[in-house]
Design a protein around this ligand. Sequence first.
Ligand code: DC
Length: 229
Amino acid sequence: MSTESAVIAIDGPAAAGKSTVARELARELGFNYVNTGAMYRAVAVAVREAGMESYGGGDFLERLKALLAAADIGVAAGRVTLNGRDLGESLNARGIDDLASRLSALAPVREKMRAMQRRIAVDGAVVMEGRDVGTVIFPEARFKFFLDAQPEVRAQRRFAQLAAAGAKTTLGEVLQQLVERDQRDSSREIAPLKPAPDAIVIDSSALSVKAVVGRMKAFVAEGKKDRGS
Ligand code: DC
């Protein structure tokens, strides 16, 4: 199967509901599901564990390249591993989202992730979510969605998740961090967050998960009919 027909790309800002929607869409279509944000978070965990999180030395990029070459990051069945270890909840540790965002602006990180993500589609049909799946990783994908929602709605959703997990934070702090991260992810030079020119933009602010998945499935069904398959 060509990657054109086998990939459904879902991009969008933080906490727009991409993971929930992508996982459900993949389940209903019988596709694999890949969360590329979790892969960037795995890089952040590796950097933190190497003690390089706040390292500002002139040889940072060289050390990062060596770390990336040695880091065996695996993605399978919705789990992300680092050198054989399931990262589980450490992907959600405090500050890992921000560190992932900062590292994701760097060319060596993006190059490693791109190569890995392109390879994953060889294993079969996939719903892949992230920031640059439709623009850079699979510009040839037949279906590209850009899932957005108002910042206040996204912050409220993320705050509810964090509160349920017992994190001590406030709605205002969550909103500020989301806005800062989106700003950084959208303004970087390489693979900035933006909708692909041919992406279908869906604003989920007032939509349930079921409604968003339903819309996406309708586009996929329509697209298949157009192609006569
Ligand atoms: O989706 P997430 O919040 O887990 O992603 C964490 C960070 O990783 C995000 O702020 C930017 C980066 N990222 C990226 O640059 N490109 C992707 N395709 C996915 C994530």
